[in-house]
Design a protein around this ligand. Sequence first.
Ligand SMILES: C[S@@+](CC[C@H](N)C(=O)[O-])C[C@H]1O[C@@H](n2cnc3c(N)ncnc32)[C@H](O)[C@@H]1O
Length: 526
Amino acid sequence: MNFYHSAARALDHLDKHQGSVKGSLAAAKVGATAGEARRILALIIETLKYRDVLQELIKTVPVYKLEREVFRPKSSPSSNSLLLVLMHDLLFSSKGKIEASDKWPPKAALLRHQARLKAELVRMQIKAGKSSVRDMGRAAGSTVEARYVRWNPNVDLCRAGDWTLDALHAHLKQQGMTFIDEAVYPVPADKYFMDPHLPNELLVFPPSSTWWVGDKWYESGAVILQDKASCMPAAVVMDGWDEAEGACIDATAAPGNKTSFMSALMGNKSTLYAFEKSANRYKTLVRMLDTAKCTNVQTTRGDFTETDPRDYADVTRILLDPSCSGSGIVNRLDYLVDADENESDDQAERLEKLAAFQLQMIQHAFKFPTVRRVVYSTCSIHAEEDERVVAAALKAGKGAWRLAPRSSVLPTWERRGLPEELGKVADRVIRCLPEDKTNGFFVSCFERVQDGDEEEQEEEGQEVEAADDEVVGGKRAREDAEDDDEEDDADAGEVAEVAEPKPKTAAQIQRARRKKKLQKKRKIAT
Ligand SMILES: C[S@@+](CC[C@H](N)C(=O)[O-])C[C@H]1O[C@@H](n2cnc3c(N)ncnc32)[C@H](O)[C@@H]1O
């Protein structure tokens, strides 16, 4: 098989499964000699380095549309991956050329647009303020496009002086920084803007920024350095919260970034119970909350699973951000290029143990009598710790819990869960990847099914049952996909749709009857 085809197939596999590059090479069944495999590996790693730029270029020079005959929409490997690797060699390789016959149709097609591609690339380079096009790549797995700073309103509530957002803007202006209205990546030097997804509190700065070092805003806790993805769980769990509603819990709190954000979103009112099991990390938590002036937080050093839910009868929301593999943390993403293709049994075993613990934490949260919203998040990109834990929790919840609708889970965030794992409800959960200018991250939100919601659930398509069923389907889909790399992502989603199983329990039979009735009603209405 053609060298570029092999690299593109491995890239497709990597996109779909988030494994390692070496693992993808093997799983994509790229048959190659050791020397070839090394070459392909190097090409993939280099392509990943320039991926954002290449993807941007494809938007500006739509080679797909211009060369529809060659780069077809549903092909294997995908046209997008093939274009990426070819464009890499043409624009960024040391030889500056595609190593294939000029008669090979993909090469010939791309060369027809090379002048325009090169001109656009130079334009992007100038805009990014780089001295060479090669400087536009990113070190494998690092976010170099933005630094995030969260404004913490609790300090204004508790400390003397003006610590409002307006005062922060004025301070930044004095430091020589200019506010801009629109989000631009990489963030230009000396500019900053409010994050489009968290516009009330999160400021986005150029990656080289250091203005906070020794600055009174940082020292006083009025700004907190926090990755954008790490802000999302607190924003999701507090969505629509009202002081009259009740107290909240952060079950796994240290070092306290999410706790302090929850506290800020509560306006420092009501009570936020924060648990932390580790003695050392507990000390950090207490220190952090003190600096950040989170006066509504009650900290407890202890194991969340040992709490008695009946003691927290006023709690309506719980955040669970338990220990995980941390595979999403960008400077650990080097595993993407380093991990061995025999991604070891050790890793699988470790993930299994973590998933069991994570599920146990969620199940404990479900026991709190008045809790309506439980957010579960990880800084992992492994489905084993993300979608699969969610699916297992829905199953364990026996229909009493469902995933909250997308409308209350940062609806404008585009990257959602993996459909091959969660089927139709995958769009209710959030995934983040370094190409989103964040760490790799996962956020899900369970809400308690209230009396009278069942009809609504049926209207929505039996989401709880569907989620369970589709997980089974998802596993099947995953196995299918591994056997058959011809499918593209969209197809994998379709495979996840499986026939409903026959109802077994009395409750299932009743639900099936109600569903039939509903379908009849709909038929009559149409
Ligand atoms: C991923 S960290 C939490 C990070 C934190 N949410 C933040 O944003 O700053 C997970 C934390 O949970 C704590 N932890 C693990 N198991 C726990 C348990 N059973 N009860 C309470 N805390 C636990 C760990 O010690 C660790 O500090």
